[in-house]
Ligand binder design. Structure first.
Ligand code: FE2
Ligand code: FE2
Length: 199
């Protein structure tokens, strides 16, 4: 039987070097998410909400990377493979999710060009926020029980806000958004299971 996420994370947190690698991996993924938000921005139509979201994801990357110092670990200056856990799966998670959701949105909404990109962005980000709202509390719980110097509470608060923001954007995108959001979650779950397995 494969280990659960909590079991994997407990093992990771036990060893400072592996824990540092995990923090660097999360920082990498947060940074990739932040870059994705900026990439999908409209040329002129950029709301305060989108700026806030991008700024917060960038902050998460910065914050997580900065925590590595608290573990007394050095040498995690880059996101090169040797400084990440499951580098291949971590790199592909977001890219593959984009590809799969884009295909789904194209088939179900018949969109193209910027409209397609934007719709895919909404569903991809929604699925990621649902995941963040599951992953960070599990991680925080382990940090708390092991009296770790690392804390991710401030990230949890912001991720909860992001999920609400994505829901309100999806509601104005399509009245039947929930059916499609479920499809996005299914696509994400397969990729996430693959990632957890590789940790
Ligand atoms: Fe984040
Ligand atoms: Fe987020």
């Amino acid at each position: 039987m494969s280990e659960t996420l909590a079991e994997k994370l407990s093992n990771i947190v036990r060893d400072p070097y592996t824990h540092a690698k995990f923090l660097n991996t999360l920082a990498f993924m947060e940074n990739a998410g932040a870059r994705k938000i900026s990439k999908f921005e409209h040329k002129t139509n950029v709301s305060l909400l989108i700026l806030k979201h991008a700024a917060e994801e960038h902050r998460h990357a910065y914050y997580l990377k900065k925590q590595i110092g608290k573990l007394g670990q050095l040498g995690f200056e880059s996101f090169e493979d040797r400084y990440l856990i499951a580098p291949k799966e971590s790199r592909y998670y977001l890219d593959l999710l984009d590809v799969h959701v884009c295909k789904y949105v194209k088939t179900h909404f018949g969109l193209s060009g910027y409209a397609l990109k934007w719709a895919a962005y909404l569903f991809v980000t929604y699925a990621i926020e649902v995941r963040a709202d599951e992953l960070y509390p599990i991680y925080q719980n382990i940090l708390q029980t092991t009296a770790s110097k690392i804390q991710v509470k401030s990230i949890i608060v912001e991720e909860e806000g992001h999920l609400e923001e994505m829901i309100s954007q999806l509601q104005s995108f399509a009245p039947d958004w929930e059916i499609h959001a479920q499809a996005a979650i299914q696509l994400e779950s397969a990729l996430f299971a693959h990632w957890v397995n590789a940790l």
